[in-house]
Ligand binder design. Structure first.
Ligand code: C2E
Ligand code: CA
Ligand code: CA
Ligand code: CA
Length: 279
């Protein structure tokens, strides 16, 4: 028994080391990925609920890993955040989106705002506002065509610094939205202190709208609260006709989800812009 325990320990130790080693290797690869520009931006359409017109997109990062192929953020965002690499990765995504959207604007396509996800670490970075200002100047993109998606956890720290940063971002002319709304602790009185344009209802509430009465009630409450604060509301993760019908009946302004389109590469999104497709 003693020996077995010893073996177990050895096994455990090796396992730990290899896990740590793998993680380290992955971090090194991620570091290289920034330099070698292995990231790709996918665009997921946002659609006006009433007329089904394309009104925007969310930029979602993918990593074209040399061995593993196209990786979704679940595979690397946490490591990017822990290692601090998220700052340069996020900077790249924002630059890419501004350059791309400005190019679409130049080509005379119907232009729509594109949102970028901002992690808490990026938000806390002292040079965030300045680097965004410079980026908008350099690309010439009208600021109203850029939107930032922040999570409740970023905003709900509620300090004067947070409000100050949000106000400076608004002064640049950028749109601000709260992502995954409903999963944090935001209250009505809290929300009105922030210069936020849009609430994005988390997909967990949308999924079983038809069968879960409390989720349905939460969605209705979020929509009426947002509207009374003069904010618009978008629901994400909409996959079915049933979900769409519910959201439409309760005046949710916009919809994003597989029902209309998965996130697509830039070329494909450009096709949608060209035909001003009604989805
Ligand atoms: P998120 O911001 O909540 O993005 C929505 C996620 O739901 C995306 O996953 C999207 O592909 C997926 N989705 C969209 N419609 C549907 C649907 O109808 N059904 C289902 N089941 N899923 C749907 P994705 O692209 O894997 O991104 C995951 C998360 O990674 C994002 O969640 C966001 O938090 C983070 N992320 C993505 N890109 C970036 C980035 O550039 N920077 C940062 N900091 N985070 C990012
Ligand atoms: Ca998002
Ligand atoms: Ca979300
Ligand atoms: Ca999320």
């Amino acid at each position: 028994a003693k020996e077995a325990g010893c073996d177990n320990y050895q096994f455990y130790a090796t396992e730990m080391n290899s896990k740590a080693a793998k993680r380290l290797l992955f971090e090194v690869q991620l570091r290289h990925a920034v330099v070698r520009q292995e990231f790709v931006v996918y665009y997921q359409p946002k659609v006006d609920t009433a007329d089904r017109k394309l009104i925007g997109a969310e930029a979602l990062i993918r990593w074209n890993h040399p061995d593993l192929g196209l990786l979704t953020p679940a595979n690397f965002i946490a490591i990017a955040e822990d290692s601090g690499l998220i700052v340069s990765i996020g900077q790249w995504v924002t630059e890419e989106v501004c350059r791309q959207n400005q190019a679409w604007l130049q080509h005379g396509h119907a232009c729509v705002p594109i949102s970028v996800n901002l992690s808490a670490i990026q938000f806390r970075n002292k040079s965030l506002v300045d680097s965004l200002r410079i980026l908008l100047e350099e690309t010439g993109l009208p600021p109203r065509l850029l939107e930032l998606e922040l999570t409740e956890s970023v905003i709900m720290q509620g300090s004067e610094t947070v409000i100050g940063t949000l106000q400076r971002l608004k002064q640049l002319g950028i749109n601000l939205s709260i992502d995954d709304f409903g999963t944090g602790y935001s209250s009505l009185s809290y929300l009105k202190r922030f210069p936020i344009d849009t609430l994005k209802i988390d997909q967990s509430f949308v999924w079983d709208i038809a069968h879960d009465e409390s989720n349905a009630a939460i969605i209705k409450a979020i929509i009426s609260m947002a509207h009374s604060l003069k904010m618009s509301v978008i629901a994400e993760g909409v996959e079915t006709q049933e979900q769409l019908a519910f959201l439409e009946a309760h005046q949710c302004d916009a919809i994003q989800g597989y029902y209309f389109s998965q996130p697509v590469p830039a070329m494909k999104f450009e096709e949608m812009l060209k035909v001003q497709r009604t989805l």
